[in-house]
Design a protein around this ligand. Structure first.
Ligand code: ZN
Length: 156
C-alpha cells in the first residue's frame, strides 16, 4: 500500500482561478486567493509522492532480483549435491570406502575449527605479532607478515 503524503497537506483548498490574488505568508489567504506557501508545499508533496512511488518500484525490482538469485543458488546447491554424491559413490565402489569412513572424515573436518556444528569454517591463525589473521588473508593486516599457506578450501 503506497504511503501518500497528501493526507498531511493543508486542508485549505488552493485556487488557481484567473485573477486570484497571490499572497505570501504570514498573511492569511482569503477564500479564492493563491497562497504561495501552499503552492510550494503542494509541489513538495507532489515531489515526495513521486519519490515514494519510484522507491517502491525500485524496492519491488530489487526484491524480485533477490528472489531470482536465491532460486539460482538453490539450483547450484542441488547440482553440487548431485555431483558430490556421484563422486562419493564412485569412490565407494572403486576404492572400497564405506559410509562409516565418510562419516568419520566429515566429523574430523568439522572438529578442525573447534566447533562441531556441521559446518566447515576456516579458523583464524595467530600471527607472530600476536594478532588474529583472517584465514582468507595472505598477510597480517597489522604487521604485514606473510601467512603460511593454507588448504585451498580455506580460501572459499
Ligand atoms: Zn602480524
Amino acid at each position: 500500500m503506497p504511503f501518500e503524503l497528501a493526507a498531511l497537506a493543508s486542508p485549505r483548498p488552493c485556487s488557481l482561478a484567473p485573477g486570484a490574488a497571490v499572497k505570501a505568508r504570514p498573511e492569511a489567504a482569503d477564500a479564492g486567493d493563491v497562497d504561495l506557501f501552499d503552492l510550494y508545499q503542494q509541489g513538495q508533496l507532489r515531489n515526495a509522492n513521486q519519490r515514494i512511488r519510484f522507491n517502491e518500484q525500485n524496492d519491488d525490482h530489487r526484491h524480485k532480483r533477490a528472489i531470482d538469485e536465491i532460486d539460482r543458488l538453490h539450483g547450484r546447491v542441488d547440482q553440487l549435491l548431485l555431483i558430490n554424491e556421484a563422486i562419493w559413490q564412485l569412490l565407494a565402489e572403486r576404492c572400497g570406502l564405506t559410509s562409516d569412513d565418510l562419516a568419520a572424515r566429515v566429523a574430523e573436518l568439522d572438529d578442525l575449527d573447534g566447533a562441531p556444528d556441521g559446518r566447515r569454517q576456516a579458523k583464524a591463525t595467530d600471527c607472530t605479532c600476536g594478532a588474529k589473521v583472517n584465514p582468507k588473508s595472505p598477510t597480517c593486516v597489522f604487521c604485514g607478515a606473510p601467512q603460511p599457506k593454507r588448504p585451498l578450501f580455506d580460501a572459499i
